[in-house]
Write a protein that binds this ligand. Structure first.
Ligand SMILES: Nc1nc2c(ncn2[C@@H]2O[C@H](COP(=O)(O)OP(=O)(O)OP(=O)(O)O)[C@@H](O)[C@H]2O)c(=O)[nH]1
Ligand SMILES: [Mg+2]
Length: 313
């Protein structure tokens, strides 16, 4: 007796939502590896970040995006634009919201999600509402008003309460996502974690450490560019020269810190993680340069855009 295997599924899942909802944390947890940087501050993610989950029966190509908000300034407008762009090629849409936030402040929900209604107007595309951070809710019945609000905002969408911190609810959601994907052979090799270049991922790791070690507002006025990437043919060691751009000389002093303390912390912690990513020894040289108004410089912003490695992007 012959048994036929279910058809292989493969497709793109766009992860969109308000800033700080946990989109990048969700992606990392689904993959079991870190591809997207995370911070407690909103507007951490600035580009579309792909993460590929390859399993026996399916390949899920997640696209993490910058949080959707009312943008001010060129960079923020470009961030929100790139989040919307991810929808164009998506087979499935995952709208991630912070369930704990809206359980505490139900009045924030309508305003935060107003611009996300458009994401579900294409009735042919499955939409999943991912109510994240449920680990923070002591009493799960506190979810009920949010579930009702989400149901009337996105009628017909399935709602999944999950925790990207503990993993609660993720297996059920992943099964539903896989089921909703089109039949297709895998688009990428099964050992490929992301389509993003390693140089970009290294720059992102440095940016994450700036969020971690610098004072609240400062990371927003920094950008990171990898100027040189040298590999020693004999030892395999990598030397990375990275520039941290700041908008003002006072910011430069703050990034460097007293006796170079901040930049040292950023460098040590980034280097450790870059070595884990590359699986080999790396040296990291960090420079801080002033570039006034870089966040409004279209050509400069464009130069920081990674080559996504995705056809049609
Ligand atoms: N307790 C808890 N915290 C979470 C969970 N998911 C994310 N967080 C935290 O929420 C904060 C924001 O997470 P991110 O993954 O950076 O959020 P994001 O939606 O990608 O944010 P932007 O890129 O800024 O739009 C971080 O401090 C995370 O650790 C969760 O399920 N539970
Ligand atoms: Mg993010």
């Amino acid at each position: 007796m012959s048994t036929t295997l279910p058809p292989f599924k493969c497709g793109l899942v766009a992860l969109i939502g308000p800033p700080n909802a946990g989109k990048s944390t969700f992606l990392n947890k689904c993959l079991g590896r870190k591809v997207a940087i995370v911070s407690p501050l909103p507007q951490t993610t600035r580009n579309r970040i792909t993460g590929i989950l390859s399993e026996k029966d399916a390949q899920v190509i997640f696209v993490d995006t910058p949080g959707i908000h009312k943008p001010r300034g060129k960079m923020n407008r470009a961030m929100v634009h790139s989040a919307w762009q991810s929808l164009e090629s998506a087979d499935v849409v995952g709208i991630i919201i912070d369930a704990d936030l809206y359980a505490r402040h139900p009045d924030f929900f309508a305003n935060d999600t107003a611009s996300l209604h458009g994401a579900t107007t294409d009735a042919t595309r499955p939409v999943f509402i991912i109510a994240n951070k449920v680990d923070l809710l002591g009493d799960k019945s506190r979810l009920l008003p949010l579930l009702e609000a989400a149901d009337s905002t996105w009628p017909g969408a399935e709602i999944f309460p999950v925790s990207s911190a503990s993993g609660e609810g993720l297996p059920q959601l992943l099964a539903a996502i896989k089921n909703a994907l089109p039949e297709s052979p895998p688009l990428f090799p099964e050992d490929m974690l992301s389509t993003l270049p390693l140089r970009f991922m290294a720059a992102e790791i440095i940016r994450e450490k700036l969020f971690l070690f610098l004072r609240q507002e400062l990371p927003y006025s920094t950008a990171v560019d990898i100027e040189a990437w040298e590999e020693d043919a004999k030892s395999g060691h990598v030397t990375i020269h990275a520039v941290i751009y700041v908008a003002k000389s006072t910011h430069k002093a703050m990034v460097i810190g007293h006796a170079g303390r901040n930049i040292k912390q950023v460098g040590q912690s980034a280097r450790k993680e870059i070595m884990e990513l590359l699986g080999r020894k790396a040296h990291l040289q960090l420079w801080v340069k002033i570039k006034e108004n870089w966040a409004d410089d279209h050509a400069f912003l464009h130069s920081l855009e990674p080559a996504t490695g995705m056809p049609g992007w």
